[in-house]
Design a protein around this ligand. Structure first.
Ligand code: HAM
Length: 425
């Protein structure tokens, strides 16, 4: 027997309902984000490795442990994108999108790649939907971004009560460096009780120690000084304004001074939406923040930005956990059935005509019996079957069967479309 193959560890094929869920996640994103003035951007799935090492930060887990990096046949170091913010900024700089203080509102959807230990809601190839507002510095932009993310999840059907919006500030180049020094000193002073990873972070990325899941580390880090208490005046005012705008919009949030996020480019506002059911420890269904320094890190001019990304698999799991079926587009589907071989070509022609008028129409392509065609119509969730037999052809019409009420009647060719699309059906 020939060898068969399974999809690689940490990847999943999307087929059937999961493919349709991904379609709905994307179409809902387009619908919601368009209302806020966002347009699509498509960037490559791989970039030169430096885009990520410089953009995301050498000391992050993503760059240090999780990237799919390889040398291509031309000797270049290439990396499959672990996220898309760095790629979008690289593209915006390359195209001069934000030259002369212009701003750009962009969104994307597609696969990302991280070499992580697979578990529920965590894959090596996973799908994200993201939005990036480039060239926007006002706290108004932060508030609008967070409101758009909330709008997206509620439009999809997630109940507000099942989601928690967490917010924090990462400070900026004025207040963060001094805080990092103090936090590094705290970690070194408490090295005895902390795990090796956290102690190492004192030198590389002390803020990440807040993210450690080990209970002993959490207890110690609970006593550490918080950046939220050390913000400079401008960062504090920025945060106050964001929170006031969210209050005015009636959006509930929790200030979480431990929220540090896993990527180094963040400045000021960071946020995450978590759910309590269906996901275990991988409970963030989306997150983002401001990244005012990323353009410069990637060789561009200073350009303030804010964005987020949503995890598609986790969003679907969260919807399932609250028993909300993803609304699947059930556009009117019609099945044109042929009673015998003589009518098969006429059935194909009628299906073509109905498609030309915008309906979803199917006909048999495999010489199936009438009974088998009805089964197929059922499986396709067709609302109506149009039966074409010798008698119908002679009378220039079809027998139209309503699959829900089982009612059947003869309809002339001229009025089929009208009958299908009006209340008379
Ligand atoms: P992130 O928090 O790394 O942010 O990822 C965003 C979302 O992607 C997470 O909240 C989670 O739902 C999903 N996700 C991440 N890793 C995995 C995985 N291994 N398996 C399944 N889902 C996963 C970013 O990627 C930033 N680029 C967001 C951003 C945009 N910040 C500013 N602009």
């Amino acid at each position: 027997m020939t060898q068969t193959y399974a999809a690689p560890k940490g990847t999943a094929d999307l087929l059937g309902d999961s493919a349709r869920s991904w379609d709905t996640l994307q179409s809902t994103a387009r619908e919601v984000f368009t209302r806020y003035g966002y347009t699509s951007i498509y960037t490559p799935i791989f970039e030169n490795t430096e885009v990520f090492t410089r953009g995301i930060g050498e000391a992050t887990d993503v760059v240090g442990k999780e990237m799919y990096t390889f040398e291509d046949r031309g000797g270049r170091s290439i990396t499959l994108r672990p996220e898309n913010t760095a790629g979008v900024v690289r593209a915006a700089i390359q195209a001069g999108l934000t030259a002369n203080s212009a701003h750009a509102k962009l969104f994307y959807a597609g696969p990302m790649f991280r070499f992580e230990r697979p578990q529920k809601g965590r894959q090596r190839q996973f799908y994200q939907i993201g939005a990036e507002g480039l060239g926007l510095d006002s706290a108004l932009a932060d508030a609008e971004m967070i409101m758009m993310l909330w709008d997206y999840f509620t439009t999809l059907g997630l109940k507000p009560a099942s989601m928690r919006l967490l917010i924090n500030s990462m400070g900026d180049e004025v207040c963060r460096p001094a805080y990092r020094i103090k936090l590094a000193a705290f970690i070194t002073d408490n090295a005895d009780g902390l795990c090796d990873d956290c102690v190492r972070r004192a030198n590389t990325n002390p803020l990440r120690a807040f993210d450690c899941k080990k209970e002993a580390c959490r207890e110690i880090m609970d006593r550490a000084l918080r950046l939220s208490d050390e913000l400079c005046g401008e960062c504090a005012t920025h945060q106050d304004t964001v929170l006031r705008l969210l209050d005015q919009a009636g959006l509930q949030y929790e200030l979480d001074s431990r929220l540090v996020r896993g990527l180094d480019y963040y400045t000021r506002t960071v946020f995450e939406i978590q759910v309590d059911h269906g996901l275990g420890s991988q409970n963030a269904i989306g997150g983002g923040g401001r990244y005012d320094g990323l353009f410069e890190d990637l060789g561009g001019k200073p350009t303030p930005c804010i964005g987020f990304a949503i995890g598609a698999e986790r969003t679907v799991l969260a919807l399932e956990a609250q028993d909300t079926a993803i609304a699947i587009d059930d556009s009117l589907c019609v099945y044109v059935a042929a009673v015998a071989d003589e009518q098969r070509e006429a059935a194909l022609a009628m299906a073509m005509e109905l498609r030309g008028r915008g309906l979803t129409a199917l006909s048999d392509l495999q010489n199936r019996s009438l009974k088998a065609q009805f089964k197929q119509a059922d499986r396709a969730r067709a609302g109506h079957v149009l039966v074409l037999g010798e008698d119908e052809v002679a009378r220039k019409g079809v027998t139209m069967r309503n699959m829900e009420t089982k009612e059947e009647r003869f309809v002339t060719l001229g009025s089929v479309f009208k009958m299908l699309t009006t209340d008379e059906r």
